[in-house]
Design a protein around this ligand. Structure first.
Ligand code: SAM
Length: 367
């Protein structure tokens, strides 16, 4: 059995995989990370309460990439239950359709066996066992389906359309194929037509964000996790609370243009052109440059404390420009490119971005 429990700095237990040397949800532990990043970062509660556009009340479909020990999926379930139990009970709560992708069921078996120690699976054992045994589980208002196999192949043939994507593979180092452009393009292809699809992930690496942009998403800062940057991507720029601005693109260049994982060097000139052409750069303005620090003054803390989707809280990232013009290549929320995003006014840029592969503490699963 390659899995064992590992206590995290938060005190919570998490599942450690000795083959990859990575821990699922390091630092905060599974339940806190599932709540703070995947549930809050995707504004799941709000989306479950959304009045449906049609008369019917269609389910909200969540793609759970990397079911693992099921913390993210169970957090989605708990989010819906909390809505039903709370003051929102009078409002309409949408059914939840969970589609979990996983190639290895041992972590789920381990989570059931260790439910008492992990905490979050307690009381859910029968549901999880049904998913294991039948590849499908049902609870009131919830349908949960398992897609067993390699996501690289499964996603190209996935018939369901996603409203929300929890993107939680192992790190780009351990799982490079899942962070590659073709897989992210396939995920983008699974967005629900005419609806706002969002993807949340713990990685903030330049290569991850570049791949998400190239796959067709708009990309922004996600909620901070104990000081770590995360990423939220969406099918419309205006959904993002803190969209990346042209300053990010300049930093991407300074990082020697980190490419989507597994991209061929021969394709890079074309990828670079596509990235520069992304409509996000004409929709988002850079915030004003901060004043230069006085000599000897303590270095200003950088980054954002609140981010995610636009409705999540204060908008703290790049400012969106007003006015729109469509561009069929990029969907329905685009403007033409205004000038070269790499040659904006020279600004002092004190913000830091983790280098690719350095979005997480070194001893943890995600570099
Ligand atoms: C970080 S863990 C997921 C943790 C999980 N989201 C949770 O809440 O407990 C990553 C998972 O991705 C799965 N995985 C890795 N490569 C995969 C692939 N190619 N297709 C499907 N699943 C994969 C691993 O087996 C592992 O369980």
């Amino acid at each position: 059995m390659p899995y064992r429990l590992l206590r995290q700095p938060s005190g919570a237990m998490a599942v450690h995989d000795s083959r990859t040397g990575e821990t699922m949800h390091p630092g905060l532990g599974p339940w806190q990370e599932a709540q703070q990043l995947y549930v809050a970062g995707s504004q799941l509660a709000l989306r479950l309460k959304e009045p449906a556009p049609a008369q019917a009340n269609p389910p909200l479909t969540v793609f759970d990439v990397g079911l693992g020990a099921a913390a993210n999926a169970l957090a989605a379930l708990a989010c819906r239950e909390a809505l039903l139990a709370g003051p929102a009970a009078a409002r309409r709560v949408r059914p939840l359709h969970l589609v979990s992708f996983e190639q290895e069921l041992e972590p789920l078996r381990f989570a059931i066996a260790q439910a008492a120690q992990l905490g979050y699976p307690r009381g859910r054992e029968a549901l999880l066992q049904a998913l294991l045994d039948q590849g499908r589980a049902e609870a009131a208002g919830v349908t949960w389906e398992l897609r067993l196999g390699d996501l690289v192949h499964l996603i190209a043939e996935e018939p369901c359309r996603a409203d929300v994507i929890f993107f939680d593979p192992f790190s780009p180092k351990a799982n490079p194929e899942l962070w590659s452009l073709p897989v992210l393009e396939s995920l983008h292809g699974c967005r629900r037509p005419g609806s706002d699809t969002v993807l949340v992930t713990y990685s903030s690496a330049f290569s991850t964000r570049a791949a998400l942009l190239l796959a067709g998403f708009y990309v922004g800062e996600g909620p901070r996790l104990g000081g770590r940057l995360t990423t939220v991507a969406a099918t419309r720029c205006s959904l993002l609370a803190a969209p990346l601005d042209p300053g990010w693109l300049r930093r991407w260049r300074r990082e020697r243009e980190p490419w989507p994982l597994l991209s061929s060097p021969a394709a890079r000139a074309a990828l670079r052109e596509r990235l520069l052409d992304h409509p996000q750069w004409s929709q988002v303005e850079e915030p004003p440059a901060p004043p230069a620090p006085r000599p000897g003054a303590p270095r200003r803390r950088v980054g954002k404390d609140t981010a995610g989707l636009h409705t999540a809280g204060p908008h703290t990232g790049g400012r969106r420009r007003s006015g729109r013009r469509g561009d069929a290549r990029w969907g329905d929320d685009t403007r033409s490119r205004g000038g070269d995003p790499l040659n904006g006014p020279p600004r002092r840029d004190t913000r830091r971005e983790p280098a690719p592969g350095h979005g997480r503490p070194p001893q943890k699963r995600r570099p």
